[in-house]
Design a protein. Structure first.
Length: 271
C-alpha cells in the first residue's frame, strides 16, 4: 500500500500552490488572504485560467478576474483559453472530452515551470483529464457545495452542479461544503474537510411542494443558501484545507482512504 502525505513540510516549506479559476475568483481571494497571514504554511505562486482576459459576459463585464487578482497580489498569471483551443479543432463547444487531454497537456506546459506542490481548483469549470491528474496525482483539491459523505446506496448522493437545489428539495435540514481530492471521477475524490452545518431555512409558510411548483421562488431560495454556504463553508474550509495540507496533516493510501494526523478519517476533518 502506497501511503504518502499530500505534502511533506520536512522536504520544503512553504508549500507552493497554483489556483485554477474560471470566474470572479472569490475562493482564490480567500486562499490568497490566508496565505498572507503570518502563520501561513503555503504561498500562492500562480493563478491559472482557461478563460481569456478579454472574454465578457452578456452584461459586458469580465467573465474571469484571474489576471486582475494576479496583478493585485503580484502573483504569476497563465492562461490557455479553452474556447480558442476547441475552435482550433473545429468544435463549437467544449463538450468533446476525447480531445481534452491534448488541452491539459498544454496547461501542464504552462504550470510545470512553477514547481507547484498543490493545485487548488477555485471555481475552475473545466473537467481535468489524465495529463494533469497523473502529474499531480493526489495533489489537486477542490471545494464542493455539498456534504460528500452523504451516500445513497453505494454512490455519493450530492454530486454535480445542482446539489444545493437537490439537497433542499430532498428535505435535508442542513447543508455543508466539502473539500476533496480531485480524481478522474468528478466529485468522488477523498474527503478532506467538511464545513460547519448550514441550516436550511425556507421562507415562512413555504413548503417543499411549493418550491417544486414555483421555479422563481426556488431559484431565490437556492441562491440565498448558496451565498450562506459560500461565506460560512467555502471561504472557511478551503484556506483551512490548504493550511492543513501544508502542515503535513493529510495522508492518502492510494485506495481511497484519508488519514488525518496519522489516524483513519473516512469523513475527513469536520468543523
Amino acid at each position: 500500500m502506497d501511503i504518502r502525505l499530500i505534502f511533506n513540510p520536512v522536504e520544503r516549506t512553504p508549500m507552493k500552490v497554483a489556483c485554477f479559476m474560471s470566474g470572479s475568483g472569490t475562493n482564490t481571494r480567500k486562499i490568497i488572504e490566508r496565505s498572507e497571514e503570518g502563520d501561513s504554511a503555503y504561498m500562492v505562486v500562480l493563478i491559472f485560467t482557461e478563460v481569456r482576459d478579454d472574454r465578457l459576459t452578456r452584461r459586458g463585464e469580465k467573465r474571469c478576474r484571474a489576471k486582475d487578482i494576479a496583478g493585485e497580489h503580484g502573483i504569476a498569471y497563465e492562461c490557455v483559453d479553452i474556447r480558442d483551443f476547441y475552435r482550433s479543432k473545429g468544435h463549437r463547444t467544449r463538450r468533446d472530452l476525447s480531445i481534452r487531454p491534448e488541452f491539459d497537456r498544454m496547461v501542464l506546459g504552462k504550470v510545470e515551470p512553477y514547481d507547484i506542490d498543490v493545485i487548488a481548483n477555485a471555481g475552475y469549470m473545466s473537467i481535468m483529464t489524465e495529463p494533469l491528474l497523473e502529474r499531480y496525482s493526489g495533489r489537486i483539491v477542490n471545494v464542493h457545495p455539498a456534504d460528500l459523505s452523504i451516500m445513497e446506496g453505494d454512490e455519493r448522493k450530492y454530486v454535480g452542479i445542482h446539489v444545493v437545489e437537490e439537497a433542499i428539495l430532498a428535505g435535508e435540514k442542513e447543508l455543508r461544503a466539502t473539500t476533496h481530492v480531485v480524481r478522474e471521477r468528478v466529485d468522488y475524490g477523498e474527503i478532506l474537510v467538511r464545513s460547519e452545518p448550514i441550516p436550511v431555512q425556507l421562507p415562512e409558510g413555504v413548503s417543499l411542494e411549493t418550491l417544486r411548483q414555483d421555479k422563481e421562488l426556488l431559484k431565490s431560495v437556492v441562491s440565498e443558501h448558496q451565498d450562506r454556504l459560500k461565506e460560512r463553508g467555502d471561504w472557511v474550509i478551503y484556506p483551512l484545507t490548504l493550511q492543513m495540507i501544508a502542515e503535513g496533516r493529510f495522508t492518502l493510501d492510494g485506495e481511497g482512504n484519508v488519514y488525518l494526523d496519522g489516524k483513519l478519517a473516512p469523513k475527513g476533518f469536520s468543523l
